[in-house]
Design a protein around this ligand. Structure first.
Ligand SMILES: Nc1ncnc2c1ncn2[C@@H]1O[C@H](COP(=O)(O)OP(=O)(O)OP(=O)(O)O)[C@@H](O)[C@H]1O
Length: 259
C-alpha cells in the first residue's frame, strides 16, 4: 500500500480551556484532492495550520513525507516548506506590491533568482493560474475576487510545490467564478501531479474536485472517504449538510456535468 504523504496521529489542540482537537487522526495520500469539511468552529483551519507547521499542537504528531516539521533543523524545515504551497482564506497578498511582484517575491527570497528572472517566471505562473498578463501589473485592490484568488494561487504555485493547501478557495466568489476555479484546480492537479488539501464549505467544490472528503466534528475526523460513503454516514450534521437543499442541488449539478 502507498504511504500517506501527510500523516496526522493523536492530534490535540487547545486554546485555554477550549479543546479543539482530541485524538485526531488523518492520512492524505499522494496525488489526491482531499476536502476538509465541518461545521463552523470545528477546527478545519487550525488543522490546516497544524499540518503546515504554523501551529504547534499540544500533543500528537504530524508527518509530511515521513518527517516532523517541528523537530527538523531550520535548513531541512525550509526545504520541506518549499514543497508546500499555501493559499489562505483572504489570499494574503501584499497590497503594496503588484500581482506580478507578489508572485515574483518568493522566487527571489526562496529560490535565489534575480528579480529579472523571477518576474519572467512569475509571468508564467500567472498564466498557469489563468490570469491575463495585464493583471500582473495591477495591485490586488484593483482585481476582482476571482482574480485575487487566481493571483494567490499563482503565488502558492511559485516554488513548484508538490502539495497545495487551500483554505476556502471559492469563498466569496460568484458561482461562475467558483466553478471556473474548481475546474482550474482539477486541471492543475492533473497536469502538475499535485496533492491538494482544501478546506471548504462549498458543496460544488466537493462534488467537482475532491477524491476524498474528511468531515471534522466532535474534535476529530468523524469520517473520511469517497463522497458517497461520507454522505451516507449516520450523523445529523453530515445528513443535513449533504442531503439538505444545498447538498441536493450540488449533487444534481455534479450529475448533470457528468452526463
Ligand atoms: N489563535 C486562536 N486563539 C484562540 N482560539 C482560536 C484560535 N484559532 C482558532 N481558535 C478557535 O478554535 C476553534 C476552531 O477554529 P477554526 O478557525 O479552525 O474553525 P473552522 O472549522 O475553520 O471554522 P470556520 O468554518 O468558521 O472557518 C474556534 O472556536 C476558534 O475560535
Amino acid at each position: 500500500m502507498t504511504d500517506a504523504l501527510i500523516r496526522v496521529r493523536g492530534l490535540r489542540n487547545c486554546f485555554g480551556s477550549q479543546v479543539v482537537h482530541e485524538q485526531l487522526d488523518l492520512d492524505v495520500m499522494p496525488g489526491e484532492i482531499l476536502g476538509l469539511v465541518g461545521g463552523s468552529g470545528s477546527g478545519k483551519s487550525v488543522l490546516l495550520r497544524s499540518i503546515i507547521g504554523l501551529h504547534r499542537p499540544d500533543a500528537g504528531e504530524v508527518r509530511l513525507w515521513q518527517q516532523d516539521l517541528l523537530t527538523l533543523p531550520a535548513t531541512e524545515r525550509s526545504q520541506l516548506e518549499r514543497r508546500m504551497g499555501v493559499l489562505f482564506q483572504n489570499g494574503a497578498l501584499f497590497s503594496s506590491l503588484t500581482v506580478l511582484e507578489n508572485v515574483a517575491l518568493p522566487l527571489v527570497e526562496h529560490a535565489g533568482l534575480s528579480w529579472q528572472q523571477a518576474v519572467k517566471l512569475a509571468d508564467i505562473k500567472l498564466a498557469l493560474a489563468g490570469l491575463p498578463a495585464l493583471a500582473g501589473h495591477r495591485y490586488p485592490a484593483n482585481l476582482s475576487g476571482g482574480m485575487v484568488k487566481r493571483a494567490a494561487l499563482a503565488r502558492a504555485l511559485a516554488l513548484d510545490p508538490q502539495v497545495l493547501f487551500l483554505d476556502e478557495p471559492t469563498a466569496g466568489l460568484d458561482p461562475v467564478s467558483a466553478s471556473a476555479f474548481d475546474r482550474l484546480l482539477l486541471t492543475l492537479r492533473n497536469a502538475l501531479d499535485l496533492t491538494v488539501v482544501l478546506v471548504t464549505h462549498d458543496l460544488d467544490t466537493l462534488y467537482t474536485c475532491c477524491d476524498r472528503v474528511a468531515v471534522l466534528g466532535r474534535k476529530r475526523v468523524q469520517t473520511v472517504g469517497q463522497l458517497t460513503q461520507v454522505a451516507a454516514f449516520d450523523d445529523p450534521w453530515i445528513q443535513d449538510y449533504f442531503h439538505g437543499p444545498r447538498g441536493r442541488a450540488a449533487q444534481y449539478a455534479a450529475q448533470g456535468n457528468k452526463e
